[in-house]
Design a protein. Structure first.
Length: 71
């Protein structure tokens, strides 16, 4: 019976190890998605700031305020 208990214990240990690996993989995948989302958020914020800066420069310099229609 000791051999049977050892075999059962080994199988349970292998199953638990597999479950732990899958849980760890899921956690890493979630962290990767959160990191990607943070990068996209930072990129979007910097693009918005650049566009807002361009608008402010155009307004301050009068750029686009007058159109030259002479040919």
């Amino acid at each position: 019976m000791d051999l049977v208990n050892s075999a059962i214990g080994l199988q349970q240990a292998q199953t638990m190890a597999e479950v732990q690996m899958r849980v760890a993989r899921k956690i890493l995948d979630n962290e990767q998605m959160q990191g990607d989302a943070a990068v996209k958020l930072i990129e979007a914020a910097s693009q918005g700031a650049m566009k807002a800066g361009d608008s402010l420069v155009a307004a301050a310099t009068g750029l686009g305020g007058c159109v030259d229609t002479y040919a």
